[in-house]
Design a protein around this ligand. Structure first.
Ligand code: SF4
Length: 161
């Protein structure tokens, strides 16, 4: 893996919930230009300068020593579809942003991606000013799934209620 000059602002060494059925290590990068109301990393999004940058060499060393234990790496930017590595895309689906036609647009945009997850909103770690009251039911999420599953090798729902 090449060295990087891009600042790394957070690192969860072992995560059991970011990639279903796999153990992953999660790297947090600053610079997101979205402002999703459900964002659980809102402080990193709005105040990246308040986080110390982590040492890439330390993280890289961990990748080397734990490569037989870790199944994958999760980062907060899109992984290019043609990378050749295993990956998934996710959308946290909320009525304030998404409709059937918008979900279909996402499907067309990501067309022929390996795995796509329609994820329910989870009211954990969200800034109080960002919280969402109205969410989709699991049945409504199933309708979205039927609308886009043709675009992906695998399409699943992660629902938390
Ligand atoms: S949820 Fe992701 S895309 Fe949305 S503001 Fe947070 S980091 Fe950015």
């Amino acid at each position: 893996m090449k060295n990087t000059s891009y600042p790394i602002k957070g690192w969860v060494k072992n995560s059991f919930c970011d990639w279903e059925g796999k153990i992953s290590t999660v790297i947090f990068l600053p610079g997101c230009n979205f402002r999703c109301p459900f964002c659980q990393n809102w402080d990193l999004v709005t105040k990246p300068e308040s986080f110390a940058s982590l040492d890439w060499e330390t993280i890289k060393e961990s990748f080397s020593t734990e490569r037989n234990f870790i199944d994958g790496v999760v980062i907060t930017i899109k992984i290019i579809k043609s990378s050749g590595i295993d990956y998934e895309f996710r959308t946290t689906v909320l009525p304030v942003f998404h409709s059937l036609s918008k979900i279909k647009d996402i499907g067309k945009y990501l067309n022929r991606a390996k795995r796509y997850i329609l994820q329910g909103y989870r009211d954990i770690g969200v800034n109080s000013g960002f919280k969402c009251d109205k969410i989709f039911s699991k049945e409504e999420m199933e309708v979205f799934k039927k609308e886009v599953e043709e675009f992906f090798d695998e399409c699943k729902i992660r629902y938390y209620k």
